[in-house]
Ligand binder design. Structure first.
Ligand code: NCD
Length: 316
């Protein structure tokens, strides 16, 4: 595997191999010295054309814990803001000898373009391209679900688990990558959203879909409920009447939380709009694994970097 562009190209075996490596990385992350020499001498570039807190820092920490040299290249403050093209930027990184490029871009397909361009030899990791995909988020979500619901053991998938993805599915690369990966791992993925935010093509790939959160929670006993951020910055039209209305009908609040089984986990990729798709009662509840998702992100990204860049070397 040279690149990670889509969660859909991972076979079950490949996905489980990454989750199993992440399990070993988690052990490294619990040591006093959280560092492996695996990627010593390799250069990893964080190429971020869109804002990010979690994903960028998570990749940075992951690469550093594997002893890679890390360059953070954000579009603001670089020549990109002077009009340099993706091609020129890629060729510059190639000339500097980048081994891995982690790219986030507002255009769907940007990571694929870079991987197929011939401008650069590096391994390309898609850290979010427009509304298309975000495969490492799906891997860390799958890891978190396996950790919380299946037991933290190597070799296991997510067979038979019922997972709801709720909210702004139309604009969510997190949802697209999760639908692909969670199904590959054997889970039943249900989509729950207002009709205006639920693309028909995705609904047909799901185990079931609902246009009412209350109905979904009444009919299916979910193992995990994944809330999505309302992505206002990607909305070119009005998809719901008002934020108040959205929070009332679609928000995961204390009342809806009380209807979940005590062992249903509540997830959110962050950043949260508290009071909109999720309120403090749900986000900070005992069901919430939102901070575990962030912590697991580092282990999972270490595993991805290892699989793409370590060239089969032993994990020390
Ligand atoms: C997600 C993203 O950027 O796609 N966030 C993240 O990576 N943690 C989800 C979002 O922005 O809503």
């Amino acid at each position: 595997m040279k690149h990670l562009l889509s969660a859909g190209t991972l076979s079950r075996e490949q996905a489980i191999a990454i989750l199993d490596t992440a399990l070993q990385m988690e052990q490294v992350n619990s040591r006093e010295i959280k560092k492996l020499p695996t990627l010593r001498g390799k250069t990893v570039v964080n190429l971020f054309f869109e804002d990010s807190t979690r994903t960028r820092t998570s990749f940075e920490v992951a690469a550093k814990r594997l002893s890679a040299d890390v360059i953070n290249f954000s579009a603001k403050g670089s020549s990109v803001s002077k009009g340099e093209s993706l091609k020129d930027t890629a060729q510059t990184l190639q000339a500097m000898g980048a081994d891995g490029v982690i790219i986030r871009h507002s255009a769907s397909g940007a990571a694929q373009t870079l991987a197929q361009s011939g401008w650069i030899d590096a391994s390309i990791i898609n850290a979010g391209d427009g509304t298309h995909e975000h495969p490492t988020q799906a891997l860390l979500d799958a890891y978190t679900i396996r950790q919380q619901k299946v037991g933290n053991a190597a070799g296991r998938g997510l067979d038979g688990l019922k997972i709801a993805i709720v909210g702004d599915i139309a604009h969510s690369r997190v949802a697209r990558s999760n639908i692909l990966l969670l199904r590959t791992l054997g889970a039943e993925v249900y989509l729950v959203a207002p009709a205006t935010l639920l693309p028909g093509a995705l609904a047909t790939q799901s185990a079931g879909h609902f246009y009412s959160l209350d109905e979904a929670l009444a009919k299916v006993s979910f193992d995990a409920v994944m809330m999505l951020r309302v992505q206002s910055e990607r909305m070119t039209a009005s998809f719901f009447p008002s934020e108040r209305e959205y929070a009332r009908i679609w928000g995961l609040n204390g009342d809806r939380l009380a209807k979940l089984s005590p062992d249903t986990i509540v997830m959110h990729p962050g950043p949260m709009n508290r009071g909109l798709e999720i309120d403090a009662k749900a986000a900070d509840s005992a069901n919430s694994v939102i901070l575990a998702q962030v912590a697991n992100g580092v282990s999972v990204r270490m595993a991805v970097l290892y699989h793409l860049l370590a060239g089969g070397s032993e994990l020390e």
